[in-house]
Design a protein around this ligand. Sequence first.
Ligand SMILES: Nc1ncnc2c1ncn2[C@@H]1O[C@H](COP(=O)(O)OP(=O)(O)OP(=O)(O)O)[C@@H](O)[C@H]1O
Ligand SMILES: [Mg+2]
Length: 463
Amino acid sequence: MLDVVHPTAKMLVDVALAQDIEAGDGTTTVAVLAGSLLTASQFLLEKGIHPNAIADGFLVALKKSLEIIDKVSKPISLEYKAEIQENVETALSSKAVSQMSDTFAPIAVEAVLRVADLVNHNADVKEIRVCKKPGGTVEDTEFIEGVVLTDSFPAHIADGPNEMKDCKIGIVQFHLSAPKTEMEMTVVVNDNATMDRLIKEERKYILAMVKKIVEAGANVLLIQKSILRDACSDLALHFLAKKNILVIKDIEREDVPFLCTALNAKPIAHIDQFSADKFGHADLIREVTLGNDTRITKITGIPSKKSCTILIRGSSKLILDEAERSMHDALCVVRSLIKKPSNIAGGGAIELELAYRLSEFIRKEELTGVQKMVIEAFMQALETIPYTLAENAGFNPLEIVSKLKAIHVKGNSSFGLDIKKGDLCDMWQAKVIQPSLVTISALSLAVEFVRVIMKIDDLVMAA
Ligand SMILES: Nc1ncnc2c1ncn2[C@@H]1O[C@H](COP(=O)(O)OP(=O)(O)OP(=O)(O)O)[C@@H](O)[C@H]1O
Ligand SMILES: [Mg+2]
């Protein structure tokens, strides 16, 4: 959301966005990596190395890194939810809601596995509805196997029901109120008889609609919000209540597609099309009071085995927003594992192992000159990650990184910094693990970013 002007900074923002789309987590990592690769290339350019050589060298280093990641990563079985949860907990540990990872991690795993398409190795996290409702604490966040409406409630009128079992639900996109004239105009009524006739006509019009609805057999109406006029007049509400039909008004337009999938319904755009084949179904619709003046509507027992809702609670808007962002990261981590069921050691371990193995690669291939320099610069850029982690956790970064480097040389490939314990240890044991996909995507995007800039540099030089 930064308001940046410099074209390179704009590209950097795009890189973070791309990472968010691809992996959903690791946006900070990709920005840090891209930044340090850029610094490294500036250093190389100043040494007189051609931008093309830098771009090519980074590509070699990237390819090698991806091979190494493939070797050091561990496959994960999606049946072991505990292991998936550990990945989520790592992602949450840098968030404001990190203490709540006990609540968030299981919810995220449950929700994503529900919507996951294990055959095609994908999961559409948009199928999971994440709602926020102020009040309570973040620990009260809950997972609901159904739909929750936070702003629309059963209309309380006359003796109408506000709870319904065995629901036959019509999703209504037309108006249940007196029609409006096509053009803006005023009707002047100046005698009682006309007034009476007008009211009678309105009653007749609405009664006809209600009759159709009753005949079709619906017992619940979800009415889409309208900006043109009242989507459902008080008179209509009154008649519907008499017929024991539960009415929920003010359904947001954006919520309709989700509701249709969840309830297996088709939206109805005109009263003439109001028929049972378009109805959605649910076992129960109920209004639930969560505390002082806080209500939600729960729709449970729905036909879709996938659709579900995460209801985030929190004491202030700030916390709710942060909790929502963290939940997004948590969901994306699970999705990354479904896309590629493998994980790697976090806490800087993977970056240092890559740096170490790249140095081995230089040695074995007997690389010299420009290629060696470029790959070494790449290695140094990788070290920024453990360096930054240590710095942010309040440790002496130089000391930590050099100690860790020595440990990796001795063959302990999964040693990193556990910021919670402030200890250098095996990340598999400390359970600081993360999806391989997050790191793979961050590395690839960061390298691509620098390669594009080197290309521009080359063009500028040629001009
Ligand atoms: N307990 C821990 N100890 C050490 N390092 C950790 C721990 N938990 C997470 N990390 C590391 O923190 C880094 C992730 O930090 P963070 O979540 O803040 O940024 P990101 O994932 O790159 O970006 P964002 O989450 O903002 O999209 C990873 O390198 C991960 O290995
Ligand atoms: Mg993260």
